[in-house]
Every structure is written in C-alpha cells, then in structure tokens.
Design a binder for this molecule. Structure first.
Ligand code: PXG
Length: 292
C-alpha cells in the first residue's frame, strides 16, 4: 500500500481516520446488514461479479435496498483498490441498514450505509499449507436455513464467533460446525471438503451453509481436472476416516485439515488431491478476475 489508506463510505473516499459510522447505525445496533470478503490477485479482483451478486442476493433476502447499482458497486471495489495501490489484497465490502432510531424496525432507516475497505492480507504461513490445520468440532450448531439462512452473509456472525471462541480455547485453527442433526456443515469462516476413495465430497448448500465462492471455484476446477465431486450429506465419521480433508475460503484459499476432532486425518500432511487443487486454484487466480 502506498501512502494513507482511503476508505469509500456513502459516496465518497475519505482518510481511514475519517471513515466513521454512526452509533445509531443498525448495522452496529442489531447486526442488520450484509458483507463480502473479496481477494485481489495480480491486479485483478477475483470473482467480483459473483461477490457482488451474492451481496445483492443477501440484501434482497433481508429486504435491504442498496442505493447503488451492481455496476456502481463493482466500480467502488475497483476504485478502492486503485486509490490504495492494491494489486494483491483483501477487500471488505459492507452494506448496513443505515442510521435509524433505537427501535428494531428498519422503517426508520431511510438509507443504507455502504463502505468498502481495500487492504493488504496477512496470509497463513506456508508451514500451515504443508502440515495442515487442526480443526475442532464445535458444540455450536450451524444455524438452520429456516432461521437466518447461512447463505445470507449477514453482519451477525455471533453463531460462528461462538464456535471460533471454542476453537481458540482449544488451540485449534478452525471450528467445524454440524447441523442440528449432526451432519457436517461448514467451519466458522470456511467450507469443508473431504476426499474418500478418490471422490471429493462437500456438504450441499441446502443443509444450511454459505454458498462459498471458493467452494464453487474449487468444485469446477476439480471437475475440469477429472475428479468426481459430490455435493452430499455426510457425517463426522465420514470426515475423520477420509483420506484427505481441506477447507476453502477467500482468505485461506484451500488448506489441508490434518487433525479433526483430535484424530489424525490421512497421512497427517497435506494430501495429493489437496495439493493438486491448491496449485490449480492458484494458477486460476493469477489470470482471472476484473482488471483493477
Ligand atoms: N463459510 C462461512 C461461514 C464464511 O463466512 C466461507 C464459508 C467461505 O466463503 P468464500 O465465498 O469466501 O469462499 C466464509 C467466508 C476471512 C473471513 O477473513 C471470511 C468470511 C467472513 C469473514 C472473514 O477469512 N467468510
């Protein structure tokens, strides 16, 4: 990053120190809003259209009107990168219900708050990609799609934060959350895949998980590379007895899980399928995306 960081907020770019949100903003008072975490690689914003579409779908699901067109919002993201000299980085795009009164009703919030932070990203150390992560199984269930659908990437992440607190307490890097029925759902900020008998399995979206953009990208790349990918329901037993297990997410990309629920997964090191897919993913991110 060169010079001072500038933040887009409600139609203008301001110094980071001046990028402020009101204490009456319902994003803060109630977690009423939606967000995206986006990566830039090599001067391009990766899967920008997919992130913008997911943001607008999430906003629609909570009846939140975004006061910008998708084209304008895409330009906000690209311009935030330009103004901050970001070629490789991490972008946080947030839309809140906006300023209202102390009541719950969004009726009193005339205009959504929109801000965009384009920053650099601290990557996991290479050692973690080789040796894999320790993941614990949280006692916190993933909230069901009949409550707030996990497809809504909302500003209320408390459920996942409770799971992450458990992980931190036990020294694990991530927390696996199960469904009410005990099926494997996803981690606090990552989707999960397993490799069994040469097939790649990942839980289906209808179980109540985030429709991860890295997840979709990895499914497509795996299929292009000749792997059989199944979106299917599976148990913790299936995961701990898998040959390989890995997580996907915008920040982590694709990272091996080598310990799950205190049990060693596969060889205890990143497996061949995981390594092949990470390499395919990294090749893909280099040359694809919206030019900054
Ligand atoms: N599941 C959940 C619950 C998430 O929050 C993912 C999966 C991965 O989705 P994408 O589209 O990124 O492949 C997420 C990602 C971070 C961070 O810094 C990530 C998320 C939220 C907050 C921070 O890694 N969401």
């Amino acid at each position: 990053m060169s010079g001072k960081q500038v933040i887009y907020i409600n139609g203008e770019f301001v110094d980071a120190a001046d990028a402020k949100v009101s204490v009456y903003d319902h994003g803060l008072l109630y977690g009423d809003g939606v967000f995206e975490g986006i990566r830039a690689y090599n001067g391009r914003v990766f899967k920008l259209k997919e992130h913008i579409d997911r943001l607008y779908n999430a906003a629609k699901a909570i009846a939140l009107d975004i006061p910008l067109s998708k084209e304008q919002m895409s330009e906000v993201v690209l311009e935030s990168c330009r103004k901050n000299g970001i070629a490789d980085g991490y972008i946080r795009l947030v839309v809140t219900r906006g300023v209202g009164d102390l009541g719950l009703s969004p009726m009193k919030c005339p205009k959504a708050t929109v801000f965009c932070i384009a920053a650099t990203i601290t990557l996991y150390p290479q050692e973690m990609y080789d040796n894999g992560l320790k993941v614990m199984v949280s006692s916190v269930r993933r909230n069901k799609a009949t409550i707030v659908d996990p497809q809504v990437k909302s500003l209320n992440y408390l459920n996942n934060i409770l799971a992450r607190i458990e992980a931190d307490r036990t020294g694990a890097a991530e927390a696996l959350m199960l469904t009410e029925d005990g099926l494997v759902a996803e981690c606090s900020a990552d989707n999960l895949f397993i490799v069994r008998n040469g097939e790649i399995w990942t839980p289906p979206i209808h179980l109540g998980i985030l429709d991860g953009i890295t997840r979709s990208t990895v499914i497509a790349l795996a299929q292009e590379n000749g792997y059989t990918v199944k979106e299917k329901e599976f148990t913790l037993f299936n995961a701990i007895t898998a040959a390989e297990c890995f997580l996907t997410g915008t920040a982590a990309e694709l990272i091996a899980v080598t310990e799950l629920d205190g049990k060693v997964i596969g060889s205890g090191r990143a497996g061949d399928v995981t390594k092949a897919l990470l390499s395919a993913f990294q090749d893909h991110t280099k040359g694809n995306g919206a030019k900054i």
